[in-house]
Write a protein that binds this ligand. Structure first.
Ligand SMILES: Cc1ncc(COP(=O)(O)O)c(C=O)c1O
Length: 423
């Protein structure tokens, strides 16, 4: 016991070396603390440590996984579907593209320039050709460029991003569905980050229209470990046609013996998976059902309101240049400067100064066209700019926008006066 206490103290000590992710002044990367009910249910189930591969390894938690996944599918209007939990967004997208590649062998996978970087890499793992489609000045897939590319006739699958990682931009799903009528391709929705915004009622009309159509995709990825209040290790992939289950068919002589009922391992690429993740998700959705107007949905709406509020403050301030209005809960901005290089350098300084005052933002390297507008008088000496990025994904961020703004403007002023002193 003494040794155990020593090791645990040492572990706790090591864990000090982290940013305060739980705190509203942590507004950098896409990190949201798991809900207490998820932590407790996870710990409870982990004591048993069930394995959701086969039913005899995790009977109760396999049933919980099926129920929780059905609730997620229902959010997109799907009653008949095939789906399961997995390690995260990358694994879920891998499964979706693995299925897509089998249904359209030898054909290309397309995703926008702003899609998650893993789509290109997943395609290379699956030995499928990948091509990026240009994005517009708001970070969304350019539907005209897509149509030109589709006209060449060798595209099997289009990945639509419902909330890009960098800016929370939502691809124009309605227009892309229109193109599917004409060019017949498979449509995969990567809504790893944005999917839960289907429940939010305060989106801009075009964003709302895109989310309303997500159920028309052939497959959907959503990450409960991003906006779904779960600990890491919880992604989800859904297929509209349950028939794709045949593509998973394999024999495992040592596992599927306890019943003729479906074992989740029979429809999943991963073998062992944590039953505890299913228990945590199931409990969270019991407490906070996935319904419009519910507490969970209101949390997402708060994040979007926080992002709009920060964007408005940035637009009204001479020190900053905001990019386009946020579609979800991510805001990007730069300090005003004479040139793109200078603004990039100042972004880094403000990032450091804010961190010294415990406001943790993120930096991103993004196309300068995101700042196209009358107010942008910067000399364009580079095509990309280092900007400040803030993900306001905790419901508490709404109450903290005032404080975030105070620290941010002080950090910008401090950086500017240092610059003037050293000049
Ligand atoms: C849109 C999108 N897709 C996929 C991923 C990858 O998900 P994960 O990190 O869970 O593997 C992310 C991660 O941020 C994402 O934002």
């Amino acid at each position: 016991m003494e040794r155990l206490a020593e090791v645990l103290s040492e572990t706790a000590g090591r864990l000090q070396d982290n940013y305060p992710y739980f705190h509203p002044l942590y507004a950098g990367q896409m990190l949201k603390p798991p809900h207490p009910v998820a932590r407790l249910a996870y710990a409870l189930a982990m004591w048993i440590n069930p394995n959701n591969h086969a039913l005899d390894g995790g009977r109760a938690t396999s049933a919980m996984e099926k129920e929780a996944v059905a609730e997620i599918a229902a959010m997109f209007g799907w009653r008949q579907f095939l789906g399961h939990l997995c390690g995260g967004g990358t694994m879920a997208n891998l499964e979706a593209l693995w299925v897509a590649g089998q249904l359209h062998p030898g054909k290309k996978i397309l995703a926008s320039e702003q899609a998650h970087y893993t789509h290109r890499r997943i395609s290379s793992v699956l030995q499928l050709d990948f091509e990026a489609v240009p994005s517009d000045s708001r970070g969304r897939m350019d539907a005209n460029a897509l149509e030109k590319r589709l006209a060449r006739g060798d595209v099997g699958t289009v990945v639509v991003t419902m909330g890009t990682t960098a800016t929370g931009s939502v691809d124009p799903l309605a227009a892309i569905l229109g193109l599917r009528e004409k060019y017949e391709f498979r449509l995969h929705a990567d809504s790893a980050y944005g999917g839960y915004f289907t429940l939010a009622e305060n989106l801009a009309p075009d964003t709302k229209q895109a989310f309303a159509k997500i159920g028309e995709a052939d497959s959907i990825v959503i990450d409960p470990h991003k906006h779904g209040l779960q600990p890491y290790g919880c992604g989800c992939v859904l297929f509209r046609d349950p028939g794709v289950g045949r593509l998973y068919k394999h024999d495992s002589p040592y596992t599927y013996f306890s019943s003729a009922e479906l074992h989740l391992g029979e429809i999943s690429l991963e073998c062992s998976r944590p039953g505890a993740a299913a228990a945590a998700l199931w409990a969270t959705q019991k407490l906070l059902p996935l319904v419009r107007g519910g507490e969970f949905a209101r949390g997402l709406e708060s994040g979007r309101r926080a992002a709009l509020s920060l964007h408005k403050k940035l637009c009204g301030d001479e020190q900053f240049l905001a990019a386009f209005e946020p579609e979800l809960d991510i805001v990007i901005f730069v300090p005003r400067a004479a040139s793109v290089s200078e603004a990039s350098e100042h972004s880094r300084r403000i990032f450091d100064a804010a961190a010294r005052s415990n406001l943790h933002l993120a930096l991103a390297e993004l196309p300068v066209v995101f700042w196209d507008g009358d107010k942008n008088t910067m000399k364009r000496d580079r095509e990309t700019i280092t900007c400040l990025r803030s993900v306001l994904m905790k419901p508490e961020h709404l109450e903290w926008v005032g404080r975030i703004w105070e620290v941010l403007t002080l950090a910008a002023e401090e950086t500017r006066s240092r610059r003037l002193t050293s000049a």
